[in-house]
Design a binder for this molecule. Structure first.
Ligand code: SF4
Length: 1016
């Protein structure tokens, strides 16, 4: 037989042509060896499989690079250079300043290293003369060629695919080439379904030239000719998720009709489809095969190592540590058991841990363990908690110490890194894995094999003679390798093939789905190489034999697409009209449009006409839901039936019986109730079995008055916000307010002990020292903050108090008045609580502390002050309503307490905003405080709040709309810790329901009184 070329024609698929060729060879030589040379393992596998049942005796399927190995035999010395080793050589060369400064040295970056590596792969295929021409193009290119020269010198000891191919070509140029090839390969059938890699192109040509070689090739017809044996169908789908669903549904439909999964392929250009398609098929219970594009970081073992590196890189940042706990299988080497990750997260959060073992974890956990137990013991002494409370606290402390031991030991491991070799660093990682990785819970072995393989390859880098890596470089390389997608294959023939288009060239599938055929994305656009732009490539290699330009790469993609088409029995092409994250619509890919023009027999059809004209060959999908009988999986089946049920009017009795469940009933009931006009148990209508205790603090009652639902969540259900103790920039409002109150209390004690009122300068000086002393005390309580952050708080507090003391004399009228109490307590120790007996006969007891009490020189007037360190905006209007709808009840409560000590004096009262001045400093003005009016308002408000708590009235009342902290919010919600769990339409819900139940009337009258009544 002589050399010949067989083209895939209009009425044969590629496997049919191959069958014909093999049969032709067999007719001349019944038993002789035949080698079918394909571009990929996939093509070899699927071609062999498609021909096997009609007989394949002595037929080998090999990739071109495998043929090169076979022919080259032992003629190439040196171990094969791996990609990782090559990358490390490029790293060494790109950090070297001896070859220039434009492409390395101090300009080194991982991106530059990666760009150099990519360009070096191209340069390896150039001749010396071509390299010379390139180097002469500019000083930039001269440096590029110089660095490449150094790379070649350093990697000379290794073998490469190009060297093997060159050796194979040498064998084929010998006089006995025909005999050698005949002996090793028999008759060669070259399947040319994809462009040949530049380093293999000479070998491919040499094989083509051999006598007896048959080449099967696929034409490249841009006009979109399609085989007559082939059915083609086109879909336009509104979104990518619906496109993926539609493909899954169609595959389920094919399977129902008897199609076998291994004969189906879903192909794409955009790799993002790999996960989308795989997840959708797996949800439908459909097995998949093809390229495995998962990265090691997607496996539990990879997550373990990456999480650990993040913990070390971020100095044990609490968020990194807890994220490692929750995402990876970690064991405590101290116990050998899985760590209690959730509990340790809660403990470290409650302890206020931020980052750094020495500065934060150790001091805060030790303090937390101590204080938890001591608080429980003290509560037990006071009779507030029993023995079990102490036991629980001791258990918490034990967990805390266990956590502290864990992080301390881990830090010791981190500090052990002193190695200067790859093997040393790998040994360090292995020892961490052996101590902390919970092997038993990982289950599958494949991730371990991949990780072991990676660590072996890293260890092996010592043998390349490259300089020893620093720790940081080792971590960078390890991270990069963990993030790289696998180049492996999921067992072929086990399920639907899912992979990029190029991987399926020459694979004879029965059904081929091509997804994502969008303009500009299909085929993928290749970026120009910034180090070797296209114009230089054309100058050096005008035929683009070894340096393909972007135009050439695009043409090659077309060849691959044609091969895929020529191999398929039925083709289904998909055009998603929108893409995730993009607001505009996208037109179809050019090849998609060509195909549709051909099918419609209208070569002038425009893209804009596809969805507006009724085209025979095009199906358009615009809905998120298909009919139930077309569902891809059980979940979609249920969803579709529910959608149908809702569309039909949502009558409960018509809901399919098998979908009905207690959970669904509850969800329907909940949604209806929340969206309805009535106030229900889903809106804070609570059934109260026992009358709750009503002793408490003013703050709790004020909280109820502002929003009963917030009171219910925080005081009844005791739901707490999960705060993240990130490093504080400044003290929070509560801590700062306590600091100011403490200094002012101490200030009074000091000043009161002086024989005469000290000069203002002396008072300022005392305040400055007192603030510094308080800050020092807080440093012990709140370790881990920077000195700068403390200095900011100290300066802020000192400035506020300095200005305050300069104004104090005038504001408090100290010529006529003098302070007699700081922290006047009631309800503590021997001091009786303040009792409020309401008109309904309810008695509520309060305890609290008055910040300051002043008395006039004649003893007739007493003024009560409550210090506030925040702003005064929400305290306006106290002249009209002294308790502001029940949300400001401290002054009348304090008046009652102080009245007991001064039964005959006139009582004045004000909130004192220490950071404000002018009319905003005192609210209300003390002389305008009306004790009787305030007391009556207090009694009425307490009556409503106590009644609401007793009767289980806890509606969510967000209050009026307003700006809080620069954004739109509501009066009650600005600083509410439950904003995340409250519905967005809370104001509409309140407005709809507030008049719907009598039980709400009292609260409504308190929260939203008639404005006229207030004026009266
Ligand atoms: S977010 Fe607003 S409505 Fe919701 S509980 Fe808090 S204060 Fe009430």
């Amino acid at each position: 037989m002589n050399r010949r070329v067989e083209s895939v024609s209009n009425d044969e698929r590629i496997n049919d042509v191959l069958r014909r060729v093999i049969d032709g060879v067999r007719a001349a030589d019944r038993l002789g060896r035949i080698t079918v040379v394909t571009p990929t393992l996939q093509a070899s596998y699927y071609l062999r499989r498609s021909l096997a049942k009609s007989g394949l005796f002595n037929v080998d399927f090999r990739r071109l690079e495998d043929v090169a190995e076979l022919l080259a035999g032992n003629n190439v010395e040196g171990a094969r250079l791996t990609d990782l080793e090559a990358s490390e050589f490029v790293y060494a060369i790109s950090t070297d300043s001896n070859h220039g400064t434009a492409l390395g040295g101090e300009r080194y970056s991982p991106q530059l290293q990666s760009a150099l590596h990519s360009t070096f792969r191209d340069l390896e295929n150039l001749s010396e003369k071509q390299l010379e021409t390139l180097g002469a193009a500019s000083s930039f290119q001269a440096e590029l060629v110089a660095r490449f020269g150094e790379y070649r010198t350093q990697t000379d000891q290794f073998s490469s695919g190009r060297r093997v191919a060159t050796a194979a070509v040498k064998v084929l140029s010998r006089p006995d080439a025909t005999d050698v090839s005949k002996r090793l390969l028999g008759t060669i059938v070259l399947v040319e379904v994809a462009p040949v890699a530049p380093e293999l192109s000479n070998l491919f040509e040499a094989l083509t030239e051999l006598t007896d070689t048959v080449k099967i090739s696929v034409g490249d017809d841009e006009s979109g000719s399609t085989q007559s044996h082939q059915q083609v169908a086109m879909w336009a789908v509104n979104t990518v998720p619906n496109e993926v669903k539609e493909i899954t549904r169609q595959i389920v439909g094919l399977a129902r009709d008897g199609a076998r999964f291994p004969r189906i392929a879903v192909l794409f250009e955009d790799e993002a489809y790999a996960d989308r398609i795989s997840e959708s098929l797996m949800r439908a219970g459909i097995p998949i095969s093809g390229p495995d594009r998962s990265a090691l970081r997607d496996t539990p073992v990879g997550r373990f190592v990456i999480g650990l590196l993040n913990v070390f890189a971020n100095d044990f940042d609490r968020n990194e540590v807890t994220s490692w706990f929750s995402s990876s299988p970690v064991i405590d080497p101290g116990t050998g058991h899985q760590i209690p990750g959730a509990r340790w997260d809660a403990i470290s959060r409650a302890a206020g841990v931020t980052r750094s073992v020495g500065d934060s974890w150790r001091p805060r956990l030790e303090r937390y363990a101590r204080s938890t137990v001591s608080r429980a013991k003290s509560a037990e002494r006071l009779g507030e908690r029993g023995e079990s409370g102490v036991e629980a606290a001791e258990s918490e402390a034990a967990y805390t110490i266990q956590l502290l031991d864990f992080v301390s030991t881990l830090q010791a491991h981190r500090n052990k890194v002193a190695s200067v070799s790859w093997a040393g660093h790998v040994c360090w990682i292995r020892s961490l894995m052996s101590s902390y990785l919970d092997v038993a819970s990982v289950g599958e072995t494949r991730p371990f094999e991949r990780m072991t393989n990676l660590l072996d390859r890293l260890e092996h880098l010592d043998s390349t003679g490259l300089k020893n890596p620093g720790f940081d470089h080792f971590v960078d390389v390890l991270r990069d390798q963990l993030n790289r997608k696998s180049a492996g294959l999921r067992s072929l023939g086990q399920g639907v093939y899912v992979g990029p288009v190029w991987t399926a060239a020459g694979c004879p599938f029965d059904y081929v789905f091509v997804a994502g055929m969008v303009e500009g994305k299909f085929p993928s656009l290749h970026r120009s190489d910034p180090l070797l732009p296209d114009h230089l490539k054309r100058m050096i290699d005008p035929d683009e034999k070894v340096l393909p330009t972007r135009v050439r790469i695009s043409t090659d993609s077309r060849q691959v697409f044609e091969s895929v088409k020529a191999s398929a029995r039925e083709l289904r092409l998909f055009w998603p009209q929108t893409l995730p994250g993009e607001s505009r619509e996208f037109g179809p890919a050019r090849w998609y449009l060509n195909e549709i023009r051909r099918l419609e027999g209208n070569s002038f059809l425009k893209a804009s006409e596809l969805t507006t004209s009724a085209l025979q060959c095009l199906s358009i999908v615009t809905s998120d839901h298909a009919a139930p009988e077309l569902s891809a999986h059980a979940e979609e089946f249920d969803q579709s039936r529910i959608v149908e049920w809702i569309r039909s009017g949502a009558r409960k009795q018509e809901l399919p019986a098998d979908i009905q469940s207690a959970a669904l009933d509850a969800a329907i009931q909940y949604t209806k109730a929340r969206n309805g006009d009535d106030w229900t148990e889903f809106d804070g209508k609570v059934s109260v079995k026992e009358t709750p205790s009503l002793s408490g603090s003013a703050t709790a009652f004020e909280t109820y008055a502002a929003c009963p639902y917030r009171y219910f969540l925080s005081r009844r259900l005791r739901v707490e916000e999960t705060k993240s103790p990130e490093e504080e920039i400044s003290l929070d409002a509560l801590e700062f307010g306590t600091l100011i109150h403490q200094v002012l209390e101490d200030f009074f004690e000091w000043r009161n002990a002086q024989n005469e009122l000290p000069a203002t300068a002396q008072q300022e000086s005392w305040l400055q020292i007192a603030v510094a002393r308080e800050i020092e005390g807080l440093k012990d309580e709140i370790p881990g903050r920077s000195d700068g952050a403390w200095a900011v708080d100290q300066s802020r507090a000192w400035l506020i108090l300095r200005q305050w003391v300069r104004r104090e004399n005038q504001v408090a009228n100290l010529d006529d008045m003098s302070q007699v109490f700081a922290e006047f307590g009631f309800g503590y120790g021997d001091e009786p609580p303040v009792e409020v007996v309401t008109a309904q006969g309810r008695t509520v007891r309060f305890r609290g502390q008055v910040d300051r009490v002043d008395i006039s020189n004649d003893g007739n007037t007493v003024t009560i002050y409550d210090y506030k360190s925040g702003g005064s905006a929400s305290y306006s209007g106290l002249d009209k309503d002294p308790v502001k709808n029940g949300t400001k009840i401290q002054l009348p409560l304090y008046s009652r307490a102080v009245r007991r000590a001064f039964p005959d004096a006139e009582i004045q009262a004000a909130y004192w905003f220490v950071r404000e001045s002018g009319s905003r400093e005192l609210k209300p003005r003390p002389q305008e405080y009306d004790e009787a009016k305030a007391d009556q308002a207090l009694t009425e408000a307490i009556d409503v709040v106590a009644g609401g708590i007793e009767q289980g009235v806890f509606p969510a009342n967000p209050g009026k709309s307003r700006w809080v902290g620069g954004r739109s919010s509501f009066e009650s919600c600005g600083f509410c810790e439950f904003q995340r769990v409250c519905p967005q339409d809370k104001q509409q819900q309140w407005n709809r329901k507030k008049n719907s139940a009598e039980a709400l009337n009292d609260y409504l009258a308190l929260a939203e009184p008639d404005e006229d009544e207030l004026d009266d």
